[in-house]
Design a protein around this ligand. Structure first.
Ligand code: SF4
Length: 240
């Protein structure tokens, strides 16, 4: 455990030394986010923590944002979608468009997550993620440091080799604030309407967009694609 912590901190320090002000941590406010925020703050690393408020978040997520701010004396940068884009989308397709088709779900993720993330990443050269190898088959082949194939933006994955047990051991040992939905068997936490608890034996990501059968559609899009795809042609992306 201690070796994994040291490795994670070393990668965070490497990212900060390499990218300075160009580095940001977009936090999903899930359990990996708790570990990362604690690692960053405990070690005095000047890495800004940001999160996306899609407008559909559960109250528990706002509560953990507030808990981080109180505990660590930081202000989380909360990034919102463009209100005109959201209004136009809802006017055309309704408030629950994500239930109608995979395409509309991805459109909703694009407008509520991908576009604001792109705006937040403008001028940045690297970002930290909380992805872990064991989270899904799609994440098994990730590397600790990756490069976006189009724009060259680096992605650092300090928790890549951590198991779920490692994550919880860290949180409990250090009494880190965490999203209370995890106590109700939510593993991956996103928008309230698109997240559910999972049962024994289900993949960690099974609690997201569970009504979609296509396995490939179960990634949120912020990480599975290049930034070009994220920004333009669309798709949805990641762990946010
Ligand atoms: S997770 Fe659901 S509500 Fe949130 S942006 Fe994606 S489709 Fe929309």
């Amino acid at each position: 455990m201690e070796a994994k912590i040291q490795q994670a901190v070393a990668l965070l320090k490497q990212a900060l030394e390499t990218h300075g002000d160009g580095l940001v941590y977009p936090c999903s406010m899930g359990i990996e986010g708790s570990v990362m925020v604690d690692l960053i703050c405990r070690h005095g690393l000047d890495i800004p923590v940001m999160t996306l408020d899609t407008g559909r978040l559960p109250q528990a997520t706002y509560d953990v944002i507030a808990a981080f701010e109180k505990r660590y004396g930081i202000r989380v940068a909360v990034i919102f979608p463009d209100c005109q884009e959201v209004e136009a989308m809802v006017r055309e397709h309704g408030v629950n468009l994500f239930r109608q088709s995979v395409a509309l779900r991805k459109q909703c993720c694009e407008i509520r997550k991908v576009h604001p993330l792109m705006r937040a990443l403008k001028g940045k050269t690297a970002w930290i993620t909380g992805r872990r190898r064991e989270q899904s088959k799609g994440r098994a082949g990730l590397q600790a440091i990756e490069t976006d194939p189009v724009y060259g933006l680096k992605k650092y994955n300090p928790l890549l080799e951590w198991s779920m047990d490692d994550v919880w051991e860290y949180v409990k040992t250090h009494d880190v604030p965490y999203n209370r939905l995890h106590d109700a068997h939510y593993l991956s936490i996103g928008c309230e309407c698109c997240t559910r608890a999972i049962t024994v034996g289900e993949d960690e990501r099974a609690g997201r967009w569970w009504w979609e059968n296509d396995e490939g559609a179960a990634e949120c899009g912020l990480h599975v694609m290049s930034l070009k795809e994220i920004s333009g042609e669309l798709e949805d992306g990641e762990g946010i």
